[in-house]
Design a protein around this ligand. Structure first.
Ligand code: NAD
Length: 424
């Protein structure tokens, strides 16, 4: 009989949500007790304090985390988030989802995630650089191309990955580009990595709309979050001929039933920094955006935005989870009972990012670089394979699509752990 003696270290709504998803999937595949708890809980975590000298001469100490959930199936892999609401429980949940995602799409990785409690918008460029370098310095013994490989997430970007890679390389005494992915191309970043997550979301939306017999040229799309994932999803879907009717950021959203010109919105964002007052559309709140009548709804910001209060009010046909964990367990149940909304679950939907991160890591390790077309062809082939396996699992066991994806991801991790023995 398995018995977990786990403290409340990760205790939070989002960690409970990831655990509940795990429990449902483990029950559905009758995962033996002996393997359950060690597949479920994070392997280890690091918490660090990060002193940064501010431009006014004062010093601020920030707190950062890295949670390595699974290291049994390869180096752990997962982004680093800079956000004021980061908690270790959130990072642990995100690390768990990385384990299932990498496993589901067949990558030779475990799962991890990192985070720093900071609003990066409040820091100057040099303060941000000091914080990023200090984070890597504190984590240097826990990360590495064959240990744990970070990437960008909310609030971090290519430039930050470049600083972190440089700090790590300085420490080990030679250039080590494979220690992080999502770097600038000049530092060994991959062609196509910046757009990979959004391009993958859009590709899967196109494939599922085909299955639903809805022409993409007739589809309307609302996207919450207009950062890396949201904006690249919008560009790619616009390229396929869909009409983007609403987009948003942390300041609120904009809505135009005739369609928003995404390139114009991006150009506006470049100088205004926020979407607020973009004159190609009328204002709409983030909450109202989620309830818009549209063909496709893409949450691409933070977790738990679709919950028991708004799930009954969603009016989309397809929910494409660009963000990690956007739908609570209660909302999931409501949507399943409704039965009128197809869901592309996060672990499948946004897996394009980690797939191209894997390509970047391979290119770094072999010092042999690929063209953008090659990257995208390989990305779409891996997404096709993952989609087929999820759809087959769904048909075979009459699971929801989320349960199908999670059971595949979890079963492979559990099998590897079982085969290796108790230690890893
Ligand atoms: P980002 O920092 O580039 O963009 C985040 C966007 O969300 C910004 O537009 C921000 O203004 C907006 N936002 C923040 N708080 C919000 C709020 N309360 N309401 C509405 N909008 C809000 O981050 P990103 O990399 O695009 O990540 C977005 C989501 O996608 C996250 O859940 C992340 O974990 C997930 N994801 C990212 C990648 C990747 O490659 N970057 C890969 C897979 C999954």
């Amino acid at each position: 009989m398995s018995k977990a003696i786990i403290s409340s270290l990760y205790d939070s709504d989002v960690f409970k949500m990831a655990c509940r998803q795990f429990d449902q999937a483990a029950d559905a595949i009758s995962l033996p007790d002996a393997i359950r708890d060690r597949t479920k809980y994070p392997r280890r975590c690091m918490a660090v304090t990060l002193p940064v000298r501010r431009i006014d001469g004062s010093v601020t100490v920030f707190e950062g985390y890295r949670v390595q959930h699974n290291v049994s199936t390869g180096p752990s892999k997962g982004g680093i988030r800079f956000h004021q609401d980061v908690t270790i429980g959130e990072v642990a949940a995100l690390a768990m989802w990385m384990s299932w995602k990498c496993s589901l799409v067949g990558l030779p990785y475990g799962g991890a995630k990192g985070g720093v409690i900071v609003d990066p918008k409040q820091l100057s460029e040099s303060e941000l650089e000091h914080l990023s370098r200090r984070y890597m310095q504190e984590m240097v013994n826990f990360l590495g191309p064959h240990t744990d490989v970070p990437a960008p997430d909310v609030g971090t970007n290519e430039k930050i990955m470049g600083w972190m890679m440089d700090t790590y390389s300085t420490h080990v005494g030679h250039l080590s580009p494979a220690v992080v992915t999502g770097k600038p191309i000049a530092l060994g970043g991959s062609q196509g990595r910046r757009e990979a997550t959004g391009a993958g979301v859009a590709y899967l939306v196109k494939k599922y709309l085909e299955d639903m017999k809805i022409p993409i040229t007739k589809a309307t799309v609302a996207i919450q979050g207009f950062g890396n994932v949201g904006s690249e999803t919008a560009l790619a879907l616009e390229g396929y001929g869909a009409k983007i009717i609403a987009i948003s950021d942390y300041t609120g959203g904009v809505y135009n039933p005739k369609g928003i010109n995404i390139k114009k919105a991006l150009a506006y964002l470049q100088y205004a920094k926020v979407l607020k007052d973009f004159d190609g559309a009328e204002p709409i709140s983030n909450e109202a955006l989620l309830e818009l009548k549209c063909t496709v709804l893409v949450p691409a910001a933070l977790e738990r935005v679709i919950h028991d209060k708004n799930a009954p009010k969603l009016k989309c046909r397809l929910l494409a989870e660009g963000a990690n964990g956007p739908t609570t367990n209660a909302a999931d149940k409501i949507l399943e009972q409704r039965g009128d909304i197809e869901i592309i679950p996060d672990v499948l939907c946004n897996s394009g990012g980690v797939i191209v991160s894997y390509f970047e890591w391979l290119q770094n390790l072999s010092s042999f670089y690929w063209g953008r077309d090659e990257v995208l062809v390989k990305l779409f082939a891996m997404l096709d394979k993952a989609k087929e396996s999820v759809d087959a699992q769904q048909r075979k066991f009459k699971f929801s699509r989320r349960l199908a994806a999670l059971t595949l991801g979890i079963a492979r991790v559990a099998e590897a752990k079982g085969a290796r023995g108790l230690f890893p």
